[in-house]
Design a protein around this ligand. Structure first.
Ligand SMILES: [Zn+2]
Length: 356
């Protein structure tokens, strides 16, 4: 029995989405996964500039830290502000004191100023994809910790997938890609089968129809929110990790959701299965063994307790021994200032979205 555990890792985040809360509603009610992408996320990412991105990332990282999450694997897209965007996220997270593994999500869905919701594999590679690849390469070559990001197979040409695969191999890292999240991407298994490697991150895998090499990242809240179906990750033999897909970084909360959704599908399952998933992404941040969290509950190290104890709060966080959250309050930055700056940026962003 202990109040203390190792700090958490969020294996799939979108720090660019922290300011989405309260954004103007779309003109039409999205009725499908693709429509949610078109009317919410692709409307938001195209409105981002680097200043807005900085405060979005800072807020997301600060909220992560206050929930005991000291490391984030982020997948970023800002089609109108690609160059240097990974440095902006790295700077914001470094100011907050959260470790990161960053990637830029390459896509061919923007053909000039025209948005294409699905891209033919054989069509020519777009300028946006070239710039996205270049941002990944630039960041990794400068020594940044990260992977090569790809949005998803269904918005990429074969040439883009090939070049992303080759770039990752040449940089000795993997590809971080959404895989078969919705039925619109059900070809992902076939298209990635001969490309995926063990060091890839396969996000969602809800409609994945075959075994692929890589670590599968399960995002239960996001999957339910987008009504894409249940990934049932235990059907694969891959390592499984847990992400939030941009909806905060409260990993105990996400694990509780993952557990009840798993249990709904198989009543013989136990919380131990899911708590193992929480630790999978530690392999991306070996130094996290020196980060600890003290929680408000005295059996925080017991999956059976935590699965049935909603509302456990993070009280203290130590990064490499240093106290960075004390009694729920960050010690290295002013949370009120971060919220205030993020709120200003959100107001600016939401005004821009209202005009679209
Ligand atoms: Zn995602």
């Amino acid at each position: 029995m202990s109040f203390e555990t190792r700090a958490m890792v969020c294996a799939h985040h979108h720090l660019y989405s922290s300011l989405a809360r309260g954004m103007p509603a779309p003109d039409v009610t999205p009725r499908s996964f693709l429509s949610i992408l078109e009317n919410v996320w692709w409307r938001l990412d195209v409105a981002l500039d680097l200043d807005t991105l900085y405060w979005s990332a800072a807020l997301g990282a600060a909220e992560a830290l206050c929930n005991g999450t000291t490391a984030i694997i982020d997948h970023h897209e800002s089609p109108m502000a690609i160059d240097g965007s990974l440095d902006v996220i790295a700077d914001a997270c470094s100011m907050i004191g959260v470790k990161t593994n960053l990637s830029y999500g390459v896509t061919d869905r923007w053909d000039g100023a025209t948005l294409r919701s699905k891209v033919s594999p054989l069509s020519p590679m777009t300028d946006g994809a070239v710039r996205g690849l270049r941002e990944n390469e630039r960041f990794l070559q400068a020594g940044g910790r990260g992977m090569v990001g790809v949005h998803a197979s269904f918005t990429c040409t074969d040439e883009t997938l090939d070049r992303a695969t080759a770039l990752a191999a040449s940089m000795n890292t993997g590809v971080h890609i959404h895989v078969a999240e919705g039925l619109d991407d059900k070809e992902a298994g076939a298209r990635l089968e001969n490309r995926a490697e063990d060091n890839w991150l396969l996000i969602h895998a809800v409609h994945l129809d075959r075994q692929l090499s890589g670590t599968i990242v399960h995002n239960p809240r996001s999957n339910m929110n987008n009504s894409v179906g249940y990934a049932n990750p235990v059907r694969f033999s891959n390592d499984i990790a847990i992400g939030t897909d941009g909806i905060g970084a409260d990993m105990l909360e996400e694990a509780r959701l993952a557990y009840v959704r798993l249990r709904e599908s198989d009543v013989t399952q136990t919380p131990d299965t899911v708590w193992k998933w929480l630790q999978t992404a530690e392999k991306f941040f070996p130094e996290i063994v020196d980060d600890t969290v003290t929680w408000s509950y005295d059996n925080s190290d017991s999956p059976w307790h935590v699965a049935f104890t909603p509302g456990i709060r993070c009280v203290e966080v130590r990064v490499n021994g240093q106290l960075v959250v004390n009694n729920g309050t960050p010690t290295q930055f002013d949370m009120n200032e971060i919220r205030s700056k993020a709120s200003e940026a959100a107001t600016k962003l939401h005004k821009k979205l209202a005009l679209r």
